[in-house]
Ligand binder design. Structure first.
Ligand SMILES: [Zn+2]
Length: 255
């Protein structure tokens, strides 16, 4: 079971995984990993024009399409934007997701990020990684799954926490080889370009992603990179799996 090459990105909203770790997922896919992308919500608030049900339907399809670029599977836990709660039903749903997918590697949001949805999703993913193996935590479907997966927190949006403090990634991955794949995955989220333009003043969805990846690349002197930090608390795997799996493109650095 220790060599199960399955990665799960468990994020808050559709397109979060593509923005933050799409490149690393693409590199893992290249070396034979099976990819799963999950979101807590279907992105029901991601439109100025369309109602929640309509935009959700569109965004579930976009997210599934993006995952399919890596021959991957998309899962939606059907919470709602702005209401992702650290409560019993959501904890159980997230544990059930980990039991279903049985990942060796799990990507989560940074513990401190600009949206509370991201922070709660981060806690849910971290908790699910641990409790997926605990028999007395019952889920309607799927039995306990061990071992505890490797957990990496992707960089927060714009690489800063809610106080504007820089968050230094300790694992930085050169994604230059797959930047076009990452762009292709993001392009599947066509509904979001218009929304981002109005809400964030961010035009050119893809260019914004490339600019983010370029900024991260500067940390290790490459064109494009993605950064993350590994969960190294008690009970979680301690070695750097990304270095082992991806080799030279991974740069481990001290915070
Ligand atoms: Zn998000």
């Amino acid at each position: 079971m220790a060599d199960r090459k399955v990665a799960l990105a468990c994020m808050a909203h559709p397109d979060d995984a593509e923005f933050t770790c799409g490149g690393v997922l693409a590199l893992l896919h290249e070396v034979g990993w099976q990819i799963h992308i999950a979101t807590l919500t279907p992105g029901d608030c991601g439109s100025e024009r369309l109602g929640a049900a309509e935009i959700s339907r569109i965004r579930r399809e976009e997210a599934a399409h993006a995952a399919s670029v890596l021959d991957g599977t998309y899962h939606c836990l059907e919470r709602r934007d702005g209401f992702i709660a650290y409560d019993e039903p959501t904890i159980r749903a997230t544990v059930a997701l980990v039991r279903e997918v049985q990942p060796l590697l799990l990507f989560a949001h940074a513990p401190h990020d600009y949206l509370i949805d991201h922070e709660v999703a981060s806690s849910l993913a971290r908790n699910a990684a641990f409790f997926a193996g605990v028999p007395n935590l019952k889920t309607e479907r799927f039995g306990p799954f061990r071992p505890v997966p490797y957990v990496y927190y992707v960089d927060p949006v714009e690489g800063k926490d809610l106080f504007g403090t820089r968050v230094e990634p300790t694992t930085v991955v050169d994604i230059g080889r797959v930047i076009d794949v990452k762009a292709r995955m993001l392009a599947c989220h066509a509904s979001q370009r218009e929304w981002l333009l109005q809400q964030h003043g961010m035009d050119e969805y893809i260019e914004a992603m490339k600019a983010m990846s370029r900024r991260c690349g500067e940390l290790i002197g490459v064109d494009y990179a993605e950064g993350c930090r590994q969960h190294l608390g008690h009970g979680y795997p301690q070695d750097n799996l990304l270095v082992r799996e991806l080799g030279d493109v991974v740069h481990a650095r001290s915070a």
